[in-house]
Design a protein around this ligand. Structure first.
Ligand code: PMT
Length: 405
């Protein structure tokens, strides 16, 4: 619900990717934002203003000198009304105008007059994108604090392929969310989140793992971003898109996760271990696929304990790392077992979840947790979406960080 009630100006310029802006408008609306669309004259040759007008239920602004019923001087009103401006697609021509500070149409005038974050989603032929003129213009915009999302490689309007396709609307939406969060309470703080399972190989095709989907950890990473933090997400193998703006470190095994975490915490203020690292790995890993003919009807695997990442963190804890949060996945004696883990692992907070419940823990979209702090405070939260659990927990982490604990 982060984008709910946010006022967004969607600027559409003249490129074939203008059709993607229609979907972006829908995504913004679904997220609860209020959207006013400004089109350049060229954009109207690609998608009719009526499409945007019907979807946004507001007049589409094109002409700099057209007076709107509720607005005094159009470009001034849009610039002052908006919480963020997103230009998608942004042509090389509009990017050049923005870099020069031109104000020759309603969109460029609005941007020049605005003080809110501006997101630019370039879309053009790959030669135009790689042209030093465009590269310099983009660099200039970046230096001025514009957020640039994409472009991506793929098929282009010319029929060729290369770098220049507009980023997908979901990524542009993510960038708008990121841009709007940068002055949150955790601005300048660095948070490391772990998510997902690990995989411990037995042979090239088999592994030991668990049912973690990564949903809880990814929701935490997004919540930390929404509060303004810089976020490193150390993730085991999952089928989720990383939130826009995280630094993603993809790992497979506990050993890799431990190494990534120990590196990431060197510059971190908080670590939240929502991952479910596999506790045991096979003593031997086989270089070739083990054949059924070799094993017969039974196959005895010897397992050895994996290192405990949180215990290693507690030993190597840099002084900057002020808040250490663990999760406890339990099937019995929820609070008692979680308390033991909090003490054994030297944590500030532990989030206990009963993973035997069907609507909590592994894989599902909801969680029912008990939050325990190191002073023995115990709070039971009701069944919530993982996003809500994540935001409540990150707010608690933010309080601890801001209090300097
Ligand atoms: O990913 P989802 O499908 O959304 O599911 C979410 C979840 C159930 C995985 C999550 O909410 C959760 O409970 N994560 C912790 C799972 C776990 O490993 O629990 P544990 O009780 O075994 O471990 C306690 C703590 O030690 C955890 O913070 C864990 O990350 C950490 N740990 C565990 C093993 C290990 N080798 N090193 C660790 O640091």
């Amino acid at each position: 619900m982060f984008l709910k009630g946010k006022r967004i100006v969607l600027g559409v310029t003249g490129g074939i990717a203008a059709y993607k802006a229609v979907y972006l408008l829908r995504l913004l609306q679904k997220a609860g934002s209020e959207v006013n669309v400004i089109m350049t004259e060229a954009a109207t040759h690609f998608v009719g203003p009526l499409t945007f007008q019907s979807l946004s239920r507001r007049p589409v602004a094109i002409d700099m000198f057209q007076l709107h019923k509720d607005m005094d001087i159009a470009h001034v009103s849009f610039a002052h009304w908006a919480d963020a401006i997103v230009i998608a697609p942004a042509t090389a021509n509009t990017i050049a105008k923005l870099a020069m500070g031109l104000a020759d149409n309603l969109l460029t005038s609005t941007v020049l007059d605005a003080t809110c974050p501006v997101v630019v989603a370039p879309a053009m032929e790959s030669n135009m994108w790689s042209n030093p003129a465009t590269a310099e213009n983009i660099e200039r915009l970046r230096r001025r604090g514009f957020f640039i999302v994409g472009p991506e490689a793929g098929e282009l309007a010319s029929g060729g392929a290369g770098l220049g396709r507009m980023a997908e609307p979901e990524a542009v939406l993510g960038c708008v969310r990121y841009a709007l969060s940068r002055d949150g309470v955790l601005r300048g703080r660095s948070v490391v989140v772990t998510a997902g399972p690990t995989r411990e190989a037995i042979d090239p095709v088999r592994f030991i793992s668990n049912r973690s989907s990564g949903k809880m950890g990814y929701a935490l990473a997004q919540a930390a971003l929404d509060l303004g933090a810089d976020v490193t997400l150390v993730s085991g193998p999952v089928h989720l898109a990383a939130p826009y703006g995280v630094q993603l470190v993809a790992v497979e095994t506990v050993a890799q996760m431990q190494q990534a975490v120990l590196e990431a915490i060197q510059a971190a203020d908080a670590l939240i271990m929502a991952a479910a690292p596999v506790d045991y790995r096979a003593e031997h890993t086989y270089p070739q696929k083990v054949k059924k003919e070799e094993t017969g009807d039974t196959w005895q695997l010897r397992l050895v304990r994996n290192p405990d990442i949180l215990s290693a963190v507690a030993l190597a804890r840099p002084s900057r790392l002020k808040v250490l949060v663990g999760f406890a996945a339990e099937t019995e004696e929820l609070v008692a077992n979680a308390l033991l883990k909090l003490e054994r692992k030297g944590l500030d907070l532990i989030v206990a979840n009963d993973v035997s419940a069907r609507d909590a823990g592994f894989g599902v979209d909801t969680n029912r947790v008990v939050l325990i702090d190191r002073r023995g405070g115990v709070e039971s939260w009701p069944l919530l979406s993982k996003e809500e659990v994540a935001m409540r927990l990150m707010q608690r982490v933010a309080e601890l960080l801001l209090r300097g604990e």
